[in-house]
Ligand binder design. Sequence first.
Ligand code: CA
Length: 487
Amino acid sequence: MPRRPNILMVLTDDHASHAVGAYGSVVNTTPQIDRIAASGWVMEHAYCTNSICTPSRASILTGIYSHVNGVTTLSTHLDNTLPTFVSRLQEEGYRTAVFGKWHLGEGEDHQPRHFDDWEVLRDQGEYVDPLFLTPEGEHRRTGYATDVITDLALEWLDRRQAEDPDAPWCLLVHHKAPHRSWIPDEKHAGMYTDPIPVPETFTDDYATRGVAAHRAAMRVADHLTRDDLKQDPPEGLTYEQTALWKYQRYMEDYLACVASVDDNVGRLIDRLTEHGLFEDTFLTYASDQGFFLGDHGWYDKRFMYDESIRMPMLFSYPAALPAGKRSERFITNVDLARTFLEAAGVEPDPGMQGTSFFTDLREELPPPPDQAFYYRYWENDDGIHHALAHYGIRTERYKLIYFYNDGLGLPGTRAAVFAPEWELYDLERDPDELHNRVLDPEYAQVLAALKERLAREQAKVGDEPYVVTHDGAGLPLPRNRPPQPVR
Ligand code: CA
């Protein structure tokens, strides 16, 4: 009987996979994170099922979708009586801890539970001298958040090994970085002053997209604030030049925050190795979602376009998994809980959704045919980023997105009234998702088939079609009417 693995997850906030060396980044290097790739698996198709912090974190812990665990938005907090992979591990003798960003609620019913030890950032967390919440109350720690959180994890690890080296453990290291407002550690400031490559889609004009893309206030050129950029653009630049200057400023700080994460991942791997634990630890590096790095002109996430939904996800567990592998298997944040539990030989809670892919990784099984995953973003204009709610599916070749655009133009308000809209992308011919094919007759059959597939995938995870509540003029539709078909 092999030793039960330790479970160590480093979860960052808003770290796009295209800013990870192992994913072919052209804007930075991440030599420490890449060590995980060299000793394990890089998941090429890891996706978030609701691309925003709180819901993704809840889905990772509980192994269930937003519409089932109720954590659909930033303001819906986690019911901490729900089973999680951590609660199951604790019940089976694992020692458990979480340090760093929580962001799932701070009241008694929402704060960390089933952790032997925890110390988490208040709210979104601060980069410098951050305030922490603990079971004993709050206190401030001095230093740079990414270092401080790693220090807490290392101290815990050392203590665990000193007190009870035979008990398996589960340790979650949750960084605030590289979340907005991108404040680098002093030692990384100035690391990226050379011109940073600009993505080809930076000047996307959204010509064939629905209103959601036009309405979103996430544009590098228009919506980054002085707090984000820390200085005013030079005077006398054109609009285009100013946009590029803002992109450079934004990316300099974003990538410097990532550099600190990378250093600290190295510290964790080194300490595991010193303790002789690296072989027997199921080590995961992931982010709660992806992020736009100037792609389509944006920063932020939310939308179902690939840069936003694609999570970096790397695993190593040398005692059981092969090294230096890349997987084309579709995997989502919902799948992590069952995967960790299978690796640990612990039965999942029967209510957990998702699929364990641990055996697939161990035995290097090919991905199943005809993969697809269901996505839903629930916030229908948060009043800041103005992204509209939508759902859809991504298959290996296509992506279908449905924006219901409902209830935004209520009578008496100045907001425009919109009708539902579809977007369809052929990822083989158009990997940058620039050409919405929904009105293209050539794609009529594909569209019909994808709509059916979407309905099937939605039903399979227990979600339901959105029922429109207002007509095209913004007037409330009568209640108790039959649900409107999604067409
Ligand atoms: Ca996030």
